[in-house]
Design a protein around this ligand. Structure first.
Ligand SMILES: *Cc1c(COP(=O)(O)O)cnc(C)c1O
Length: 415
């Protein structure tokens, strides 16, 4: 057991924090401690000003001309390259478009097109459910294709690899437990078995340093509205390694993926680059907000981000286990900081009302069924003092038993 730091020591850590200045780049309500940047990142001021410009000038004044004058048509690939810089992908391999769910469909299909003799998709039963639902949907359209799950059909992905596996779909950071997989090592094992890999980066893009090219990943997908702060419903991204572009195909062959979209030809002729993953017209206002958020990300040192994230999550675990002992909270995230993403989860039999009582006190985390209290740590605007204060509020909620009041038990549509 490490000694708990004092509040003074934490303030000193905050005073020397190289990322501290980013706090003022966000709009965050006064007094709120926000641990839900892993579900919906708060608004960067730069995103709001881009949105304002896009709505008031480009849409309102320049209208249709903005497709060219404001480069609207180029946004999916321009922003793709900017996200690429955050996830270790050289230019020309990332497109921003559609949702993560849709991109999983495209990436699975593309991987299958590269492994025609193989008929198995492997995934983790503990995946974020949409990953599995999409894989199920795809399997239902193709006779002979099977979905096998780690945790149901086998104990470990490594042991399930055989010569029928075409593609493995993995969550880089698990949305519930926060555990982080070793991308390079698993990718190498999957390749050794002749299969391809898709990394779902929803809970790791903007949260941990990622080297897709360095790990020789084949495909990746991810959200831009979580740690990347692109705004509610901001479009997702898809990475496909350049070495696969020429050979692969994907079935959502919309006009934005055509080699010559404005030739309006009768037959589809896929673009040869990453643009072959585009489908149709994109939400330009959302892309413009994301552009503002990504301009901020260009100034973020990912190594400093990771170091602070580990410091915040270590501190939170130590403080909760000390201050809230005896209240039934059980750590669900690994204690090994190197195997942890940027979130900490605790289970509690009454996790839902406990979280609602916390939220009423302006400490915003979330609940994941059936019994998980989840806290996301975003080093760009959270301080060590915030963590201290949040744990004190959690302790008050648990000590007082206020969470037992019936109003905290009522469930909303979105938990
Ligand atoms: C949030 C999340 C998604 C969300 O998919 P959408 O299509 O954007 O709703 C997918 N996968 C993982 C791992 C996630 O965490």
């Amino acid at each position: 057991m490490t000694d708990l730091p004092t509040l003074d020591a934490l303030r000193h850590r905050d005073a020397t924090d190289v990322l501290a200045a980013f706090r003022s780049e966000f709009v965050l309500p006064e007094g709120m401690i926000y641990f839900d940047g892993n579900s919906l990142g708060p608004a960067p001021k730069e995103a709001l000003s881009e949105l304002e410009q896009a709505a008031r000038q480009e849409w309102s004044q320049d209208l249709i001309r903005s497709w060219n004058s404001a480069n609207w048509f180029q946004l999916p690939l321009e922003l793709g390259d900017r996200i690429g810089a955050i996830i270790g992908a050289a230019a020309g391999q990332v497109a921003v478009s559609d949702s993560t769910s849709i991109n999983i469909f495209k990436a699975l299909s593309a991987a299958l097109s590269l492994r025609p003799g193989r008929g198995t998709i492997l995934a983790e039963a503990s995946s974020f459910p949409t990953d599995l639902y999409i894989a199920e949907g795809l399997v239902a359209t193709r006779p002979g294709l099977t979905l096998r799950l780690e945790g149901v059909d086998g104990a470990r992905i490594e042991e399930m690899l055989d010569d029928d596996v075409a593609v493995v779909l993995l969550n880089h950071v698990n949305y519930r437990s926060g555990s982080l997989l070793d991308m390079a090592a698993l990718t190498a094992k999957i390749h050794a078995a002749g299969a391809l890999v898709i990394w779902d980066l929803c809970h790791s893009a903007g949260a941990v340093p990622i080297e897709l090219d360095g790990a020789h990943a084949d495909f990746a997908v991810g959200c831009s509205y979580k740690y990347l702060n692109g705004g509610p419903g901001a479009p997702a991204f898809l990475y496909a390694a350049t070495r696969h572009h020429a050979e692969l195909s994907q079935p959502l062959s919309g006009w934005w993926g055509h080699a010559r979209p404005f030739a309006f030809e009768t037959r589809y002729d896929a673009h040869q680059g990453i643009a072959k993953f585009l489908c149709g017209t994109q939400p330009i206002l959302s892309l413009r907000a994301l552009k503002g958020a990504l301009a901020m990300w260009e100034r973020v040192d990912m190594a400093a981000l990771r170091a602070k994230s580990q410091s915040l999550t270590d501190l939170f675990i130590a403080l909760v286990e000390n201050r809230c002992a005896g209240h039934g909270l059980v750590l669900q995230t690994t204690r090994d900081r190197d195997l942890r993403g940027s979130q900490v989860s605790f289970s509690h039999p009454e996790a839902y009302p406990v979280m609602q009582a916390l939220i009423e006190r302006n400490v915003i985390g979330d609940f994941r069924a059936p019994d998980v209290l989840r806290f996301g740590f975003t080093p760009l605007y959270l301080s060590h003092e915030d963590v201290w204060n949040a744990v004190e509020i959690l302790r008050e909620v648990l000590d007082s038993g206020i969470w037992r009041e019936p109003r905290f038990a009522a469930r909303s549509a979105v938990t």
